[in-house]
Design a binder for this molecule. Structure first.
Ligand code: FUB
Length: 366
């Protein structure tokens, strides 16, 4: 594996965000990005330093990069294995003209109080654009503490967004990401185990098997649960089909097993297309890798290929992959600023595809 440094010179890889606006204000504020001390042990520096951000979903809309992250907050909810301490209540949107440029905080664009069905825990969102309308997709717990996925609509990538009165019919679990295929079809990928509740479902039906994070998971020698895919309706507000589970296979064509914690799916599914191949990347959760698998079909099956991003500081690892002017970047997070697992900060680093279709493994701490 070539070292990441071989790719860095054309890209000013190390950034630091100097200041930005009060997160409670909705007015825009722009920060300056500066090169940082080369003795830093981190591959990249936090993009936002005056509040906590995580799970960054980055897209290029109209030639500009927009980032849709979670907004982490301090909470009096005790930490547990179901992620109760990830008690987020709103979303901000950010933009950058380039990955090494200034970042603008466009302020709060949606809060739990604006979502009729959502009670708490606004986790990792994503956004999509279609025909000049923008859709913000987000998971939240309803009044029964069940995660559903909602959508809010806006005329601009920076909102404001108006939430639909109900969650997307047939949606469940967490971490929606919406991929636009080359033919203009949009697909949502979603799901996450443990606190993300995916293990409570089989064939889209809720079957609660207990409250421990692993209750409902297959036995270790059985196929692992995969992320879920559904084609989006023309209106982008509902699924156009019954959601289906995606299979992830090993090098011998066998499904990855539940006990294969280093490689099996946990949460944070993201799909990008490169050279006609679909790349599904995802977090392995308790082993903290961002892994990737490839397919010639958006529905899979996908074949496991390796690791995009080695573990970051902090328990969670969650990313997005975006092409900007012909170069590829990974947005991710760690806990550099706080040292606390639920108070994260987003970052960006270059990412490289090799000619054989593999992706260079990035190590976020030197
Ligand atoms: O931010 C809350 C949850 O943590 C996300 O939904 C997961 O992917 C993990 O990053």
């Amino acid at each position: 594996m070539r070292n990441l440094l071989t790719y860095l010179p054309p890209f000013c890889a190390f950034f630091v965000f100097v200041s930005c606006g009060n997160p409670t204000e909705t007015k825009e504020s722009t920060a300056t990005v500066q090169s940082t001390d080369s003795t830093s042990k981190y591959l990249s520096e936090p993009l936002i330093t005056d509040h906590y951000t995580a799970d960054p979903s980055a897209h290029v809309f109209g030639g500009k990069i927009y980032i849709y992250p979670s907004h982490d907050v301090e909470s009096d909810v005790p930490e547990d294995d179901l992620g109760a301490h990830f008690n987020m209540m709103d979303y901000h949107v950010y933009s950058m003209d380039s990955p090494d440029g200034a970042i603008t905080d466009h302020g709060k664009v949606l809060g739990a109080e604006d979502i009729p069905w959502a009670k708490r825990q606004l986790w990792a969102p994503d956004a999509a654009e279609k025909n000049g309308t923008y859709y913000l997709y987000f998971p939240a717990k309803d009044e029964n503490d069940i995660f559903k996925i909602g959508v809010a609509v806006g005329d601009s990538p920076i909102g404001p967004f108006t939430a639909q009165p109900k969650p997307i019919k047939g949606s469940y679990s967490i971490d929606p990401s919406v991929f636009e295929d080359s033919d203009g079809t949009y697909y949502m990928y979603f799901g996450g185990i443990w606190g993300g509740q995916l293990q409570k479902y089989r064939n889209n039906k809720f079957e609660d098997k207990g409250s421990a994070p692993t209750d409902g998971l297959p036995a270790d020698d059985q196929p692992a649960l995969g992320p879920i895919i559904a084609k989006m309706n023309d209106d982008m507000l509902e699924f156009a089909e019954t959601p289906k589970e995606i299979k992830i296979l090993d090098e011998n064509g066998k499904e990855l097993l539940n006990g294969d914690n280093d490689r099996r799916f946990f949460e944070a599914a993201w799909v990008h297309k490169y050279g006609g191949t679909y790349y599904l990347s995802y977090s392995t959760g308790d082993t903290h890798f961002i892994a990737y698998a490839t397919s010639d079909n958006p529905y899979g099956p996908f074949t496991y290929k390796g690791v995009v991003l080695n573990p970051v500081e902090g328990w969670t690892n969650h990313h997005s992959i975006v092409e900007v002017d012909g170069n590829w970047f990974i947005y991710y997070h760690d806990t550099q600023l706080s040292g606390k697992t639920h108070l994260r900060n987003i970052k960006v680093a270059p990412m490289k595809h090799f000619e054989d279709g593999s992706i260079q493994t990035i190590t976020p701490v030197k």
